[in-house]
Each structure stands twice: as C-alpha cells, then as structure tokens.
Design a binder for this molecule. Structure first.
Ligand SMILES: [Zn+2]
Length: 263
C-alpha cells in the first residue's frame, strides 16, 4: 500500500503526538518514495529514497486507515477528531494516522541516528524472518545467565515476541522456562539441539497464531486454546505426558509451563 509509492503531501493536524514531530517533518517527507516498509518489534519503518527512515510507533491506540479517493483535494476537509496525520500518496491512497490516546510517535532518522537509537539500534531479528534461526538465537543466548524465558522477552535477542508466545514456544520445544539461556549454545556460540528446537518452535507458534487469527476473521468461532498459556492446573496437552500446567512469575510476568515434559 505504501511501499513503492511516493509521498505527495503530508498534513499534520497538531504539533505533536507523544512527542513533537521532527523539524520540517512534512517538507522532509514530501516527494520521497517509500523504498521499503518493514517492522522492527513494535515499530513500523518506512525507508525513504532520501536515505532517512520514517519511524512510526502505534503506541496504545494508534492505527492507520487507508482511503482511496480520486480527486484534487483528497485529504478530507473535515478530518475525524483523532486523525492526526494524513499522507497523500502517488497511488491515490490517503493514509491517515488516527490515535485517540496519542501515545504513538513519528520520527525521521538518518541511518547513523538509527544505529544510535536506544531501541532500534539494538533490536534483535524479527522471529519470522530468515535472519532469525538457531544460530542467531544461540549467539544471542551465549553466556547469558538469565532464564530462557527472560532471554526470549529481551527485544535484543528476538524482536516483538510477547509473553504468551514465549510460554507457547517453550512448551512446544520441550524446554523449561527456568533453564539458563546459555545452555542453548556451546561455549563458542554454536547452536545446540535445544536452540534448533526453540527457533523452529517460535516460528511455528507464530505462524499458527497468524493462521488462527485469519480463520477467526473468516468464520468467528470459539478461539482455540493455548497449549499452556492461562491453563494453570490443567492437564498438559502433550501426548503421553501426565504433567499439570504450572504458573510461575519471572521478571514480574506470568510464565506457564509443564514441569514434567519441559526440561
Ligand atoms: Zn507435559
């Protein structure tokens, strides 16, 4: 929708979101082509032909709406109350950023700024990308004395994996959340079998979640249950396992796991 398109005009309807828009924001965006649209963790990134990157964070309530309106003045004369930014694209689409609570943010960074950014410069790979595999996981976990659960919640190890899917992936990989993260790697950082199981389990649970989400959107039904998440005290669903799901707290977040089959 945005990738490959040129930004023809940007309208800012207020001076700030969570923080002020960068200096000359609309002027720096006008005429730029979006060469790549990608995501890092909770950030949406549009890499521009100028070499700058438009970094967008949706905050708590932010959302983009896309309208296809042909005509001279495509940006609505009467915007919605929380429509704060509108991008008029060369594809005749208008992309509007709506954010009632205004916790979202937009920034324009040069590639040097990007690497120096406290979050973006050190974000780990996206779990479903090719960059993320057993080797990447083992290298990130090498020498880490924290638990595997805490390591997987660290955005520098893998980006944007939430609390639910960390529990789900660890159960699928038959690995205890309490196991030390460093045990997935050899001393030189090569992946052990546990790293291979874990990397493929992370990808599998996320792909299943996407498929389930799509199925649910097509035909609403009772959502299928998680393997361990929110199932404290219930029987483990693994075939032939007689364990019961346990809930523990790690780094102030709930972890659900089966103490029998997860080692
Ligand atoms: Zn079990």
């Amino acid at each position: 929708m945005m990738q490959g398109a040129r930004i023809e005009r940007v309208e800012l309807r207020r001076p700030d979101l969570r923080s002020p828009f960068p200096r000359a924001f609309a002027d720096r965006l006008r005429g730029q082509t979006v060469t790549l649209l990608t995501r890092r963790g909770k950030y949406l990134l549009a890499i521009l032909s100028s070499g700058e990157t438009l970094v967008m964070h949706l905050g708590m309530s932010g959302d983009f709406r896309i309208d296809h309106l042909a005509g001279v003045s495509r940006i609505s004369a009467e915007p919605g109350r929380h429509d704060h930014v509108a991008f008029e694209m060369s594809t005749l689409a208008t992309i509007t950023f709506n954010d009632p609570r205004r916790f979202g943010s937009m920034d324009l960074l040069s590639s040097a700024d990007f690497m120096a950014h406290p979050v973006l410069g050190s974000l780990g790979p996206e779990p479903l990308s090719d960059e993320f595999d057993a080797l990447a996981l083992a290298r990130a976990c090498r020498g880490k004395r924290t638990s595997l659960k805490v390591a997987l919640m660290d955005q520098r190890v893998v980006a944007g994996l939430g609390n639910i899917y960390v529990s789900e992936a660890l159960h699928r990989a038959r690995l205890s959340p309490r196991r030390r993260a460093s045990t997935t790697a050899t001393r030189s950082g090569a992946p052990r079998d546990s790293a291979r199981r874990l990397a493929s389990s992370i990808k599998a649970v996320l792909r299943e979640a996407v498929a389930r989400h799509e199925a649910y959107a097509a035909r609403p039904q009772r959502r299928s249950r998680f393997r361990v998440y929110d199932r404290e005290g219930e029987n483990c669903l693994r075939k032939n396992c007689r364990g019961r799901i346990k809930r523990i707290t790690q780094a102030a977040r709930s972890t659900f796991y089966c103490p029998v089959c997860q080692r």
